[in-house]
Design a protein around this ligand. Structure first.
Ligand code: ME8
Length: 530
């Protein structure tokens, strides 16, 4: 029996520019997990937010002649609007400039110092005077140039605080061993060990004095706290950690009965899989159950990134196709955990194939036949008697079990594919049983039983697809006139529970997309050149 409470987080994104489809991807996957758990009766908490401190933000604000707070206020608002359009059901939105976060991070820093895990030392690195930033050997490269402004950098030293990573390396490795499902997919663990831990981890510099847009250290305010220590702490500051009201922290972090999951992109694994566990160990707090590293979305063959400007705007897709199509595409097209690419061609093809031709069509054909042969009344289930009927009933039951196991295991795309397969099987079942011929033969009982099986397939698909494409599934429930108390998991294992009522008004779930027109529109709107 798994845990009955569930806490899931996205990374907190930098409000340095507009969000692109890659950010929408991560947040949508978390939303699907949360919704699917809520629908199965779990108590859930879903956190997202933004990461507002640091030199980059400060510089971007200055470049636009804005005060950093005003700059982040505006972008933060645009994040919230995007999440609302994508129907993201987050329970909180944390901003790292909020008082509640700032205070907690300062207390965390104090606690780490009191534990003797932070000491004052000297930071030495490649310094860019223009950007007032330190860079590592790798960042400065063989020509010793600033990766931001491309001017020469020089070796410089400044006073800084360090976190004693060395003290926690063995504990971290043991933790990885004892918790083989902590970091997923598994290949990521080897990458952490071989690339970062084995070559030797240096103590981590956790303060800066070269800029001021950060959280000051209370004990020595000319230093601001390193942006990653600040940012990672959001996962607990949002729950009220070290604050007067820490009830959410107790419920969703401290309580072992809550499963804690961080979802993040491959670009930030190191911070989450190495430093975050170490900070938590030092604080004496529990570690998350799982960190799931999703792949990055590319544009054909290059990484999509805000700085390159080769990004797909999720708002355009939502406005043109609706949130369901965008959510479905993201969940289905890219195998969760692998890298993927966005192409307008795949987008249009995926929607037409899975949603229009398969799912929408199954509903449409079924309602059409029920109207034609049964005056719109869904025949009651009378058992599965033929081999085909038995096959359909077992497939429904198997699909539910496999789907739940896949979702619990964070195999999200597999979960969606299982529902695809069920729906495809439903369409094939129509072709196999040829209801129009059964009608001609006048075998009303056999015809009624086919209809009942089809409706129950659609019902199951509607419940299982619901966390991904809520609006379309709600419309399916309306069109089949599913009783309100059945629009959840309570009856899902009860095959045949739907029947007897009259269907509602039939309307297409998804409009068919004209590939030539839509591919062109997506390319134009996002500046994609052939
Ligand atoms: O790293 N494909 O913020 P960020 C898929 N503030 N996902 C992508 C993506 C792409 N091409 N590009 C970005 C930060 N993402 C820090 C995080 S957390 C304590 C602090 C997603 O705005 C992916 O989840 O650069 C990635 O890890 C995250 O956005 C990085 O967002």
């Amino acid at each position: 029996m798994g845990k009955k409470r569930f806490y899931i987080t996205t990374p907190i994104y930098y409000p340095s520019a507009k969000l692109h489809i890659g950010h929408a991807y991560c947040t949508t996957m978390c939303d699907i997990f949360k919704r699917s758990k809520v629908e199965r009766g779990y108590e859930c908490y879903f956190l997202t937010g933004d990461d507002e401190h640091g030199l980059k933000i400060e510089k971007n604000a200055t470049a636009q002649g804005k005060d950093p707070q005003q700059f982040v206020d505006e972008i933060s608002e645009s994040f919230k609007q995007l999440w609302s359009k994508l129907k993201i059901s987050n329970d909180d939105f944390i901003r790292t400039t909020q008082e509640r976060h700032v205070t907690t991070v300062q207390k965390i820093f104090t606690k780490l110092m009191e534990n003797d895990d932070i000491y004052l030392g000297k930071y030495k690195g490649w310094y860019c005077k223009e950007c007032e930033a330190f860079w590592t050997d790798t960042q400065a490269g063989p020509e010793h140039l600033c990766p931001d402004c491309h001017r020469p950098v020089e070796i410089a030293e400044e006073e800084a605080y360090f976190f004693k990573t060395s003290k926690y390396v063995d504990r971290l490795l043991k933790f990885y061993d004892d918790n083989p499902k902590f970091l997923l997919p598994e290949s990521r663990k080897n990458e952490m060990i071989n690339t970062f831990i084995k070559p030797g981890l240096e103590d981590l510099c956790v303060s800066r004095t070269s800029f001021t847009w950060g959280i000051p250290i209370r004990e020595n305010p000319k230093h601001v706290i390193y942006v990653w220590l600040d940012a990672l702490s959001n996962y607990i500051s949002a729950l009220g950690y070290l604050s007067d009201d820490d009830s959410l922290y107790k419920k969703y972090w401290e309580d072992e009965d809550c499963e804690i999951i961080h979802v993040l992109g491959a670009d930030i694994t190191r911070f989450h899989a190495i430093y975050w566990p170490m900070f938590l160990m030092s604080l004496g707090e529990r570690l998350p159950d799982r960190e799931f590293v999703h792949g990055l979305l590319m544009m054909k063959d290059s990484k999509m990134s805000k700085s390159k400007g080769n990004v797909i705007d999720p708002l355009f897709l939502i406005d043109r196709y609706g949130s369901d199509c965008v959510r479905y595409y993201l969940a289905r097209e890219v195998n969760f955990g692998s890298d993927g690419s966005f192409t307008p061609e795949q987008f249009v093809e995926r929607i037409n194939t899975d949603l229009v031709n398969s799912f929408g069509n199954l509903l449409n054909r079924t309602i059409g036949m029920i109207n034609k042969y049964f005056d719109g009344v869904i025949p009651e289930y009378k058992g599965s008697n033929t081999t085909l009927e038995k096959e359909i009933e077992s497939l429904v039951n198997e699909t539910i079990d496999k789907y739940e196991a896949a979702m619990d295991d964070l195999r999200l795309t597999e979960g969606v594919v299982l529902v695809n397969e069920l729906v495809n099987r439903g369409n094939k079942y129509i072709d196999e049983t040829k209801p129009w011929e059964v009608a001609k033969e006048g075998n009303i009982d056999a015809l009624a039983s086919v209809m009942s099986h089809l409706v129950n397939v659609l019902y199951t698909a509607g419940i299982l697809y619901h966390p991904v494409i809520m609006d379309s599934c709600d419309s399916l429930f309306d069109q089949l006139n599913i009783p309100q108390d059945h629009r959840n998991y309570d009856y899902i294992h009860d095959f045949g529970c739907i029947g007897g009522q009259k269907v509602g008004e039939s309307k297409p779930l998804f409009p068919r997309l004209d590939p030539a027109v839509e591919i062109d529109a997506i390319k134009k709107a996002n500046g994609i050149l052939d």
